[in-house]
Design a protein around this ligand. Structure first.
Ligand SMILES: NC(=O)c1ccc[n+]([C@@H]2O[C@H](COP(=O)([O-])OP(=O)(O)OC[C@H]3O[C@@H](n4cnc5c(N)ncnc54)[C@H](O)[C@@H]3O)[C@@H](O)[C@H]2O)c1
Length: 320
């Protein structure tokens, strides 16, 4: 039975990816430090589900701690790495810049160094749509320049792509970076719009709307994204070094997200209109032709179905 290391396995995307890998017959070694960026109870609840599977082994470990992480590499003989642990979030990077260097730069370097030392050739890692910064050309394509980040978070993700390029050249590691676009769905992240909107509408609290609602996002449903990640993991050998956009391929205005959510909840939102946030970008739109062609990536879930699935999970999890 093949074995894989999944970092950030108690996180939103790591959890879904690990579940899929277990279902596909992989043994999974999961690493996460269960930090307090958002409620660790949610991370523990995800991890508890994974731990029910005998082929999942969990290590509570900070990826920036080289010695501790090396023990995992020594103990578990995995053949691939799916690296999803990171400090996410744009706004948080304004107040907590060091957390991004710690997890996204030091942590990433440790993954590369240990992959080199233990001869693990195949690595898929999470990048982000934020690397496109304020690019005006839409949709965002992998061949576009992406060297004008507008947040430290984006700068760390772009740095990961550059570090991957260097390690590929130097040590022949296969390193595939996936630029995720606003992922949503059951077990989602409490700091993201859909989660916050749902929580506030159900609690009768106003919903913060930045840039007075003039924002658009290319939303990606978690199951579609997981398909893309699995496909990239299966193809690393032939890909060498590459980056792919994984998005829904269709931008939606934030107001459409809100209206659809109101419809699903059967409740109206009270709005609090706010200016644009520092570090944020007005729109994202993924050109997914490369991912379609090379990975066979084909997002299927509509925004309304995805929101329904999220709301159903949310109400069940919080017993509403
Ligand atoms: N969710 C999105 O829309 C989105 C968009 C673009 C990129 N990404 C990237 O995808 C990846 C997964 O994101 P997510 O949405 O699942 O976020 P998440 O915060 O839910 O998951 C990340 C997990 O990594 C863990 N982690 C963070 N720093 C760590 C460290 N130093 N050591 C060990 N574990 C650590 C966290 O505890 C968390 O469980 C991240 O790399 C993120 O930057 C996500």
């Amino acid at each position: 039975m093949p074995k894989i290391l999944v970092t950030g396995s108690a996180g939103f995307i790591g959890f879904h990816t690990a579940l899929r890998l277990l279902k596909d017959g992989w043994q999974v070694a999961g690493v996460d430090n269960l930090n307090r960026y958002y409620d660790p109870a949610l991370k523990k609840a995800r991890n508890k589900i994974l731990r029910r599977n005998k082929n999942y082994k969990f290590y509570r470990c900070d990826i920036a701690d080289y010695k501790k992480l090396e023990k995992v590499f020594q103990k578990e003989k995995f053949t691939k790495i799916c690296h999803l642990a990171a400090q996410a979030g744009v706004r948080y990077s304004l107040a907590n810049p060091f957390a991004y260097i710690h997890s996204n730069i030091d942590g990433f370097l440790n993954i590369l160094e240990l992959a080199k030392k233990y001869r693990i050739k195949d690595i898929v890692y999470a990048s982000s749509s934020s690397v496109y910064g304020g690019n005006a050309k839409l949709p965002f394509a992998e061949s576009d320049r992406a060297d004008t980040p507008v947040s430290l978070y984006a700068a760390t993700k772009k740095s990961n792509e550059l570090m991957a390029q260097a390690y590929h050249k130097l040590y022949r590691l296969n390193l595939v970076g996936l630029r995720f676009f606003t992922v949503y769905g059951p077990w989602g992240r409490p700091d993201m719009a859909l989660f916050k909107f749902t929580r506030n509408i159900l609690a009768g609290q106003p919903v913060d709307i930045y840039n007075r609602g003039r924002l658009a996002r290319d939303f990606t449903y978690i199951d579609d994204l997981a398909d893309g990640i699995i496909s990239a993991l299966n193809k690393t050998k032939n890909l060498g070094r590459a980056v792919f956009n994984l998005g829904g391929g269709k931008p939606e205005r934030l107001t459409v997200l809100l209206k659809t959510l109101e419809k699903v909840l059967g409740q109206k939102a009270r709005l609090k209109l706010l200016p644009m946030q520092a570090g944020d970008i007005p729109r994202t739109y993924a050109d997914i032709r490369r991912a379609r062609k090379v990975l066979g990536y084909a997002p299927k879930c509509t925004l309304e179905t995805g929101i329904r699935n999220f709301v159903e999970w949310y109400k069940g999890y919080y017993k509403i």
